[in-house]
Design a binder for this molecule. Structure first.
Ligand code: KG4
Ligand code: ZN
Length: 348
């Protein structure tokens, strides 16, 4: 079926299924706002296994995605949208394929463009959707810190689709380190909020854990050693979980602060955008807000974790910038952020 030639591209349906959240949202490109949004979290499903089970995640997306799309369209009072954006990677391949298959199928049925979106691009442009950083106030270039369960990245954002990765984790992602620490301390999944909550009652002076890779130049991270340090400490002091939790949280936050300060100096940027699930961490927010001479922008908490709104939003930006959508179904478990192309109209 030929694509509808619509010079106006008012609405984009966004589909997110890269991990354990089924997210659906509709972005109105004329209003620059999300008009309907639904999210289903699989946390309960995976909690009993202590972490995300990829096969269970895919099956649950299959069950939940179509009804969520129907409900979101009904919420917006629309029979369909003018384009569809979906997370094409990185993420769990089976889970990604569910979203990609549904997006391409619907796109064909409706005769509308289908846009594959990079999950991390969704996160790093999410602050443009609201909260601290209305679109008109955020100017390129800026530095973005992406901290989630699967990624720890410092990125120089020169423009839409124009990203340079300044540093990333060599091993565990920050969120993963929180999740593993939670497991070691006998807390539930997801670990980040559980460790943060426990840390509130801890003694910050009792233990000091290392700030990995801060004593050498560069913007790379490594968090797997910290997890081992937590393990050793917990073996020695099994009744000191809260004190260990705060020692871990302080070590992570200070490490991120040091690297962010370095990245801002190195790129001569004065704006830092923080995104990804770990951006919900209160202690990290407070620490980053204290960076001198830096404007620090966080998306609202609901936009920090995985959601369909950030995907619909990137789809809308790419359409507005005249990007020719791909027609093939795409799903990539690994997808380096700096291989994305800047739209032709934004090229220098
Ligand atoms: O971005 P996200 O929702 O999913 C991924 O793409 O990974 O991030 C989830 C991660 C989990 O590892 C979770 O433990 C962590 O974000 N997280 C937190 C907090 N809330 C969520 N970590 C630290 N403190 C929090 N308050
Ligand atoms: Zn994410």
């Amino acid at each position: 079926m030929p694509l509808r030639h619509n010079t106006r591209m008012p609405t984009v349906l966004g589909i997110e299924t890269s991990c354990d959240e089924t997210g659906v949202a509709i972005f109105d490109t004329e209003r620059g706002a999300i008009v309907a949004e639904r999210l289903y979290s699989q946390i309960e499903l995976h909690a009993q296994h202590g972490g995300v089970v990829p096969e269970l995640a895919s099956r649950d997306h299959v069950k939940k995605l179509a009804p969520l799309i129907e409900q979101t369209l009904a919420d917006a009072g629309l029979p369909r949208t003018d384009a569809i954006a979906y997370t094409a990677g990185p993420g769990l391949l089976g889970a990604l394929l569910v979203g990609a298959g549904v997006a391409v199928g619907l796109g064909n049925a409706w005769g509308v463009p289908v846009i594959p979106v990079h999950h991390m691009e969704g996160h790093l442009l999410a602050p443009l959707l609201g909260g601290d950083a209305p679109a008109q106030n955020l100017q390129f270039p800026f530095v973005a810190l992406l901290v989630s369960g699967g990624h720890t990245l410092l990125v120089l954002v020169r423009g839409l689709g124009d990203y340079a990765v300044l540093g990333e984790s060599r091993d565990d992602a920050v969120g993963e380190a929180f999740d593993k620490t939670a497991k070691l301390l006998g807390l539930g999944y997801p670990g980040g909020p559980a460790v943060a909550k426990l840390a509130l009652g801890g003694d910050p002076e009792r233990f000091r854990l290392p700030r990995p890779m801060t004593d050498r130049p560069g913007l790379e991270f490594s968090f797997s050693g910290l997890k081992t340090a937590v393990y050793t400490l917990h073996q020695k002091h099994p009744d000191a979980a809260a004190d260990i939790a705060i020692a871990f949280e302080l070590a992570v936050v200070e490490t991120l602060l040091i690297k962010c300060r370095r990245a801002l100096e190195q790129t001569d940027c004065d704006t830092l955008v923080v995104a990804g699930g770990v951006a919900a961490n209160q202690r990290l927010r407070e620490g980053l807000n204290g960076l001198p001479g830096t404007r620090v922008l966080f998306p609202p908490p609901a936009l920090c974790t995985d959601n369909g709104a950030m995907i619909a939003h990137v789809g809308g930006l790419r359409l507005a910038d005249g990007v020719c959508p791909a027609t093939d179904m795409a799903a990539r478990a690994r997808w380096p952020l700096d291989t994305l192309q800047a739209p032709v109209t934004s090229a220098p």
